[in-house]
Design a protein around this ligand. Sequence first.
Ligand SMILES: Cc1cc2nc3c(=O)[nH]c(=O)nc-3n(C[C@H](O)[C@H](O)[C@H](O)COP(=O)(O)OP(=O)(O)OC[C@H]3O[C@@H](n4cnc5c(N)ncnc54)[C@H](O)[C@@H]3O)c2cc1C
Length: 327
Amino acid sequence: MILPVVILGAGPAGMSCALWLQNMGLTPILVECAQRPGGLQNFQFLKNTSVLGQQNMTGPALARRFVGHLATLGVRIFTTSQVKRIQRATNGTLTVAILSPTGTTEFACSAVVLATGTRYRGGEVLADMPGFDSIPSDSLISGPHCFAQLDAVAGRHVFIVGAGDNAYENALMLLARGARVSLLARSSPSAQSGFTNAVATHPAFSLFAQTQIRRARVEPPLIHLILSTPAQEVSLVVERIHILAGYSPNTAEITDLLAAGLGHPPTLDERGYIIADASGRTGIAGIYVAGDVCTPEFPSVVNALSAGARVARTIELDQRRLGLLPT
Ligand SMILES: Cc1cc2nc3c(=O)[nH]c(=O)nc-3n(C[C@H](O)[C@H](O)[C@H](O)COP(=O)(O)OP(=O)(O)OC[C@H]3O[C@@H](n4cnc5c(N)ncnc54)[C@H](O)[C@@H]3O)c2cc1C
């Protein structure tokens, strides 16, 4: 009997892996902890500019298209589901137990693919700042929501924490809507020069590089910030704080499960991303990885789709070599 392959995470990487496994005659099962599949694309509210031929699609629309494709093939996706155990029987077969709204299900499987992606960093990046707790939640906006709530910013002062592409793209959009923008870089900006050049001379833009926030004090609707720049302390009064300070890999839970069930956690880099070979092998028999959770250097839909496909091909080759598939 050919056992299924369980894929943890139904973002672009997991769904692409499922498609390729299905096309190669294997049986993928997707397990997704969120209510709907699609991963981070569910939060990309702007129209796509980076997936060839999909230029008018928002992220959620693209995610729906991916899900629709798998549905036509009958691929099973368990949403709102948590992985409870990953174990290996004495004959080498892996078992994955999940808790979904319909109850607990255990799958015997030939391989497990970790495609759990990343999550955007939110208020935790400022949590140690004195006064943080007094900032109203509707004045503190994180990740993709910074791009969705651009109404009524004209004439307001928005403070952006973060200095990568997302932060600068957000600054450009806010400036275009008449906001005043101050941007905090803890070291130097890391955004593409196209973005940094576009705002550099804008009269309503200020960059605070190599700067820390010392404290905040709230006088609704105003937030008073004290910044420590290399030259001096600076006092700023802002109305909103946008946190666009990057992403963290979703590896903690998986690492614990693999350590408890198989005795081997995957190897992580210093930021918590899974280290694997170029084909997605983790070094643990039957455990593979694909997408943003292992490629911090190129988080993107196209990379996730390609990585998912590549790992499916790797699994097929490995299983053929092990005699688990007919030659
Ligand atoms: C606002 C925004 C804009 C973006 N814009 C672009 C763009 O223009 N172009 C581009 O190419 N890319 C863009 N990206 C990045 C792109 O969305 C990601 O690179 C891509 O989604 C990565 O796919 P993935 O499958 O590796 O991970 P993800 O999309 O993160 O999917 C991982 C999935 O795993 C699930 N999961 C996590 N832990 C578990 C668990 N323990 N068990 C089960 N499921 C789990 C998550 O819920 C998620 O659904 C953007 C991202 C954001 C947030």
